[in-house]
Design a protein around this ligand. Structure first.
Ligand SMILES: Nc1ncnc2c1ncn2[C@@H]1O[C@H](COP(=O)(O)OP(=O)(O)O)[C@@H](O)[C@H]1O
Ligand SMILES: [Mg+2]
Length: 219
C-alpha cells in the first residue's frame, strides 16, 4: 500500500538520511508526484539550513516552509535547548506537518540524528512518529558495528509500535568485509526489507535502485 508520508530516521547522525531523502524525492518527482520535504528541526545551522537547502532545491519549496526550527549548535535538539535556550514547539511541528500533508501528494520528513534523539526531555523522534502516525525508514551505515546499531534502532521502533517500512544500509564501498554479511544478518533479525545502497558520487542512484527504494515506501 502506498503511504502519504515517511520519516527518514536513522541509527545515528551522518548515515545518509538527507542523501536518501533526496533520492526518494527525486524518484517520486520523476513519477509525477508533488513531493514535499519537512525537517522539523535542523541543528548546527549558522545561516542556511543545509539539509533544507539541499531538498528545497529539488522540491521547489521555500526553506522557511520546509524547516520549522533551527539552532546553532550541532547537537540534539534537547541539548540545544539546554545550551542555547531554543524552544522547540511540538504543537507547531504537528500543525506544520498537517499543513504540508494537505499541500503535497507525498511528504518526506527527516529527523535529526537517530530515532532516540530527544527533542525535549522525555520526547524523541519515535514519540513524534507515533504522534503523527507516520511510518519510518531506518537509514544506517553499512560497515562493522551496524548490526548492533541498526537492530537496536529497529527494536526501539518496534517497542514504540512504529511501522517500519524498511532499512537502508547506505554508502557501501566494498572495502569492509562485514558489508558482505551485514544486510543478510540484519534481514534475519528483522521482518522488513533491508536494502544496501552504494557510495555514489554525484548524489543520485541508478534508476533500478531508485525504484527499489521507492518500492520500500509503497511506490
Ligand atoms: N550513498 C552515498 N554516496 C555518496 N555520498 C553519500 C552517500 N550517503 C551520504 N553521503 C554523503 O555523506 C554525508 C552525510 O550524509 P547525510 O545524508 O548528510 O547524512 P544525515 O542526513 O544522516 O546526517 C553527506 O556529505 C552526503 O552527501
Ligand atoms: Mg541530514
Amino acid at each position: 500500500m502506498a503511504h502519504r508520508s515517511v520519516l527518514i530516521t536513522g541509527s545515528g547522525t551522518g548515515v545518509g538520511k538527507t542523501f536518501i531523502a533526496y533520492n526518494i524525492a527525486y524518484c517520486l518527482k520523476n513519477k509525477g508526484l508533488k513531493v514535499g520535504y519537512f525537517k522539523p528541526i535542523e541543528t548546527g545551522v549558522e545561516e542556511i539550513p543545509q539539509d533544507g537547502a539541499t531538498l528545497c532545491q529539488l522540491t521547489g519549496q521555500s526553506i522557511d516552509e520546509a524547516v520549522a526550527f533551527t539552532c546553532k549548535l550541532p547537537l540534539a535538539p534537547y541539548a540545544c535547548t539546554i545550551e542555547e535556550g531554543t524552544d522547540f514547539d511540538i504543537e507547531f511541528i504537528k500543525r506544520r506537518y498537517k499543513e504540508l500533508m494537505e499541500k503535497y501528494h507525498f511528504l518526506i520528513v527527516e529527523g535529526a540524528g537517530g530515532l532516540a534523539v530527544p527533542i525535549q526531555k522525555g520526547y524523541d523522534y519515535a514519540h513524534l512518529a507515533k504522534d503523527l502516525d507516520i511510518p519510518i525508514l531506518i537509514v544506517s551505515y553499512p560497515t562493522l558495528g551496524t548490526i548492533h546499531s541498526t537492530y537496536t534502532t529497529y527494536f526501539y521502533a518496534r517497542a514504540m509500535a512504529l511501522k517500519v517500512l524498511g532499512i537502508v544500509l547506505n554508502g557501501t564501498k566494498g572495502e569492509d568485509i562485514s558489508e558482505r554479511t551485514n544486510a543478510r544478518i540484519i534481514q534475519e533479525l528483522t521482518d522488513v526489507e533491508v536494502l544496501q545502497t552504494p557510495y555514489q558520487r554525484g548524489g543520485v542512484f541508478s534508476l533500478e535502485l531508485l525504484n527499489r527504494i521507492c518500492r520500500l515506501i509503497g511506490f
